[in-house]
Ligand binder design. Structure first.
Ligand code: HEM
Length: 447
C-alpha cells in the first residue's frame, strides 16, 4: 500500500500499542506522505492525513478545544433541532406511497447543518432536494443560486470531495497522461478557487470579531456567528492558528463530519425497519423522556440509553470507517510478540473486529442488550471502536453522537420508514470510508 508493506490487524488483542493514548507513541501518523496529500495541502495541515506530528498536535489542540465547550454543543443541538423542523416541513408534503432517496436527504441535511455549524454558511441543500423531488422550477433556482455565496460554497465543497478521491487514489505519475491531465487541472482549479473563497471569509470573520473588541460567544446581541470558525479564530494568538490551518480544519469538519453521519443514520434506519420491535421501544423512550412536541435539549440527550444502544449496535454492524490506519516511519515497532520494521503500515480492520464472536455472541445479529447497562465493563475497549481510539481517535465523537440522537428523537416521533426493497442488503460504496450508495424508503406519518 502506497509502496510500503501493509499488515492487517484483525484482533483487538494487538491494538494496545497501535491505539496507545501516549504522546510518545510511535504510531502518531495515520499514513505515509504521498504526492496527493501534498497537492491537497493535507500533509502538514489539518488532522486527517497530516503526517507532520508537531503540526498535527497543534491543529488537534485547536480542533478539540473549539468543539468541546458545552455552550457550543448546546448551540449545535439547537441548530440540529431547527434543521429537523425544516426537513419535517418538506417530508410532511410527501405522500406515504412516494419513494424517497433517504441517503440523498440525509446528505443534504448534514451538509446544510455543517455549513451552519462550521462557518455560519446558510445553505439550501434540503430545499434543492425538495425541489428536485417535486420537479419544481429547479432551473430558475439554479440561476438564482449563482449569486448565493452559501450555494457556491456548497458546490465547491462537493467538488472538493471528488478532488480528495482523485489525489488520494491516482498516483502523481499518471497526472500528466491524456484525459487524466484534464481531471488533474480541473481539480487543481477547484482547490485554488475553494482556498481563495475560504481565506476571504476567514478574513471577513476576523474583521468582524476585531470590531467587537470584547467578543464573547454567549453574548446574544453579538453580530458574530458563534460557530466553529469563530471558535477557532477566538483561540487565536498572534495569527496562530494561521488562516491556512483554520481553512483546513473547517474543510475537515465537512469532509469527516457529513458523509460519516449520513451513512450511520441510514444504517440505523435500515436496521430499525428490519427490527420494528426495537423501533417501538426507542420511540417509547423518546416520548417518555422528551414528550411528543417538546424541544430537545442537551440535558435530556443523556437520558436516552436505548436510543444510544441502537446507534452503537448499528455502528458495530456497519462501521462507517471499516479500516483505520497507523504508521511508524521513525522506528521499528513491536505489536504483541511480533517485531516490525519501521515504515510498516498497519490497517486496523474495524469491521472484522466488530463481528468477532469471542466478544459478541451471535455477532451478525442486531442485539441491543450488548450496549445496555454497564456495557463498557463487559465489552473490551478495543473490540468496539467506531470512532477509533488513542491519540488519533475521532474528535467529532461527542458532537456526532449528540447530533444523531437529536435527529432520531425528532424524526421518529413523527415518522416511521419502510424499506422499498426489504430483502436487499444495505448498499455501501467504499472510498476511504463506507459511503451509503442508495437507500430508498417510504415515509409514514405516525398516527
Ligand atoms: C458517525 C459519525 C462519525 C464516525 C463514525 C467517525 C469515525 C471516525 C474514525 C473511525 C476516525 C479514525 C479514528 C482513528 O484512527 O483512531 C475518525 C477520525 C476523524 N474524525 Fe470522525 N467520525 C464521525 C464524525 C465526525 C465529525 C462530526 C467530525 C467533525 C466534527 C469528525 C472529525 C474527524 C477528524 C478530524 C478525524 C481525524 C482525527 C486525527 O487524525 O487526529 N468526525 N472519525
Amino acid at each position: 500500500m502506497f509502496g510500503q508493506r501493509c499488515v492487517i490487524i484483525s484482533s483487538p488483542k494487538y491494538l494496545k500499542e497501535l491505539f496507545s493514548p501516549s504522546v510518545h507513541s510511535p504510531f502518531l501518523r495515520r499514513l505515509p506522505l504521498t504526492s496527493g496529500f501534498i497537492e491537497l495541502g493535507m500533509d502538514k495541515e489539518g488532522l486527517l492525513l497530516n503526517c507532520d506530528v508537531p503540526k498535527w498536535r497543534h491543529n488537534r489542540k485547536f480542533f478539540q478545544q473549539s468543539l468541546s465547550p458545552p455552550s457550543f454543543l448546546q448551540l449545535c443541538t439547537k441548530y440540529t433541532v431547527e434543521y429537523c423542523e425544516e426537513i419535517i416541513g418538506y417530508w410532511d408534503c410527501i405522500k406515504d406511497d412516494e419513494v424517497i432517496r433517504l441517503d440523498e436527504w440525509f446528505r443534504a441535511f448534514t451538509s446544510d447543518m455543517m455549513g451552519l455549524v462550521a462557518s455560519g454558511s446558510k445553505e439550501t441543500s434540503m430545499k434543492i432536494q425538495f425541489m428536485k423531488f417535486t420537479n419544481q422550477i429547479y432551473k430558475e433556482k439554479k440561476i438564482e443560486d449563482e449569486k448565493n455565496k452559501g450555494e457556491i460554497y456548497r458546490r465547491l465543497r462537493s467538488e472538493y470531495a471528488d478532488a480528495l478521491g482523485f489525489y488520494i487514489f491516482v498516483p502523481k505519475l499518471l497526472w500528466n497522461l491524456p484525459f487524466i491531465s484534464v481531471a488533474a487541472k480541473y481539480y487543481k482549479n477547484i482547490l485554488n478557487y475553494l482556498t481563495e473563497f475560504e481565506i476571504q471569509f476567514i478574513k471577513e470573520r476576523k474583521q468582524q470579531i476585531k470590531i467587537e473588541k470584547d467578543y464573547n460567544i454567549s453574548d446574544q446581541n453579538s453580530k458574530v456567528r458563534p460557530d466553529f470558525l469563530t471558535m477557532l479564530i477566538t483561540q487565536n494568538t498572534e495569527d496562530d492558528p494561521s488562516p491556512d490551518e483554520i481553512k483546513q480544519n473547517i474543510r475537515e469538519m465537512f469532509s469527516a463530519g457529513t458523509g460519516t453521519t449520513t451513512t450511520t443514520l441510514c444504517s440505523i434506519v435500515y436496521l430499525l425497519a428490519k427490527y420494528p420491535e426495537h423501533e417501538d421501544r426507542m420511540v417509547k423512550e423518546i416520548l417518555n423522556v422528551i414528550g411528543n412536541d417538546d424541544q430537545i435539549t442537551t440535558s435530556n440527550l443523556s437520558k436516552l440509553p436505548f436510543t444510544e444502544a441502537i446507534i452503537n449496535e448499528s455502528m458495530r454492524l456497519y462501521p462507517v470507517v471499516p479500516i483505520t490506519y497507523r504508521y511508524s516511519p521513525d522506528q521499528n515497532t513491536k505489536i504483541g510478540d511480533y517485531h516490525f520494521n519501521k515504515d510498516t503500515i498497519f490497517a486496523i480492520n474495524l469491521s472484522h473486529i466488530h463481528r468477532n464472536s469471542e466478544y459478541f455472541e451471535n455477532p451478525d445479529q442486531f442485539i441491543l442488550e450488548r450496549f445496555l447497562g454497564n456495557w463498557k465493563e463487559r465489552i473490551p475497549k478495543f473490540a468496539f471502536s467506531p470512532f477509533g481510539h488513542g491519540m488519533r481517535n475521532c474528535p467529532g465523537k461527542n458532537f456526532s453522537m449528540a447530533e444523531m440522537k437529536v435527529i432520531l428523537a425528532t424524526i421518529y416521533r413523527k415518522y416511521t420508514f419502510k424499506l422499498v426493497n426489504p430483502n436487499e442488503p444495505i448498499q455501501f460504496k467504499f472510498t476511504l470510508v463506507n459511503d451509503i450508495s442508495k437507500m430508498e424508503v417510504y415515509i409514514e406519518r405516525r398516527k
